[in-house]
Design a protein around this ligand. Structure first.
Ligand SMILES: NC(=O)c1ccc[n+]([C@@H]2O[C@H](COP(=O)([O-])OP(=O)(O)OC[C@H]3O[C@@H](n4cnc5c(N)ncnc54)[C@H](OP(=O)(O)O)[C@@H]3O)[C@@H](O)[C@H]2O)c1
Length: 227
C-alpha cells in the first residue's frame, strides 16, 4: 500500500492531502506472521507499536482514521477493549490519527462502550448483510449518535441482492449495474459504503453511484428484500 501511495505521489496523481488513509489495530489472534508489535508487550504498547508500523509502511506521519479491527470477545466490550480504546485515543491526541473507529461490533458492544463513559467512535465499520436487515439496529444506534456507519462487503456479503430481479430492473432503468444500485442504496440509508475493488473501471463506477436516483419507495424495497 505504501509503495502504491509513494508511486502515486511521485507521479503527481495525488498528494497526501487528497487521500483518506484508514488502518486498524488488530489483536494478536487476528494477525498472521507479520506481527506489527511485540505480542508479549501490554496492549497499550502494542497499539503504539502497531501505529508506528502502519505509519512507516504508509510513509506518513498520520492516518485519517484508526479503527479497532474487532473487539476481543464477541460477547461484549471487555477490559482489554477499554485499554486498547484508551491507547488509540492517546494516538489521536498525539496527532498520529485524526479520527477513531471500531469494527465488527454488535449493538451490545456499542451500548457497553457508551455505558463505559469512554468517548464515542467517529466510525463504525461493519460487514453488512442484507439478510440481517443491513445491520439495521447498529445503523440506528449510529444515526442517533452521529457516528458514521461504514458498510463493507456490500457486494460480496449479498449475492442474493446482486442477482435480484428488482435490483437488476433498477440497474437497467438507470443504465447502470447492480453493484452501483447497491452502493447508491447504501448511501440512501445513511451508510458510507466501502468498496473492495481493485479494478479502476469498477472504482469509477462505484464512485459514480452517487449520481443515481432511487425513490424512497425503491430504497425501502431494497432494504427489506431479504431481511
Ligand atoms: N473491518 C474488517 O474486518 C474488514 C474486512 C474486510 C474488508 N474490509 C474493508 O471493506 C472493504 C470492502 O470489502 P470487500 O472487499 O469485502 O467488499 P466488496 O466491495 O463487497 O467486494 C469486493 C468485490 O466486489 C467487486 N466489485 C467492486 N465494485 C464492483 C463493480 N462496480 N462491479 C462489479 N464488481 C465489483 C470486486 O471485484 P473487482 O476487484 O474486480 O472490482 C471484488 O471482488 C475493503 O476494502 C476493506 O477496506 C474490512
Amino acid at each position: 500500500m505504501g509503495q502504491g501511495l509513494a508511486a502515486a505521489y511521485r507521479a503527481g496523481l495525488v498528494t497526501r492531502a487528497d487521500v483518506f488513509l484508514q488502518t486498524k489495530f488488530t489483536y494478536v489472534d487476528g494477525q498472521d506472521h507479520r506481527l506489527p508489535y511485540d505480542p508479549a508487550a501490554d496492549l497499550s504498547t502494542q497499539v503504539a507499536q502497531s501505529m508506528a508500523s502502519s505509519l512507516e509502511h504508509l510513509g506518513t506521519d498520520h492516518v485519517d482514521s484508526y479503527v479497532l479491527h474487532g473487539p476481543a470477545s464477541g460477547r461484549g466490550w471487555s477490559d482489554a477493549d477499554a485499554e486498547v480504546w484508551a491507547a488509540m485515543a492517546r494516538e489521536r491526541d498525539a496527532g498520529r490519527t485524526r479520527l477513531l473507529g471500531v469494527s465488527n461490533v454488535s449493538l451490545r458492544h456499542l451500548e457497553q462502550l457508551a455505558a463505559s463513559g469512554a468517548e464515542s467512535p467517529h466510525f463504525v465499520q461493519n460487514r453488512c448483510f442484507a439478510r440481517l436487515g443491513w445491520d439495521r439496529e447498529v445503523r440506528a444506534f449510529c444515526a442517533e449518535r452521529r457516528i458514521v456507519y461504514q458498510g463493507f462487503s456490500l457486494l460480496t456479503a449479498n449475492p442474493e441482492v446482486y442477482r435480484d430481479r428488482f435490483v437488476g430492473g433498477l440497474a437497467a432503468r438507470e443504465r447502470t449495474t447492480p453493484a452501483q444500485v447497491i452502493f447508491r442504496f447504501a448511501q440512501a440509508v445513511g451508510m458510507l459504503p466501502l468498496t473492495g475493488t481493485s479494478d479502476p473501471a469498477h472504482m469509477t463506477q462505484d464512485l459514480a453511484s452517487r449520481g443515481l436516483t432511487l425513490s424512497g419507495e425503491e430504497v425501502r424495497a431494497i432494504e427489506s428484500l431479504v431481511g
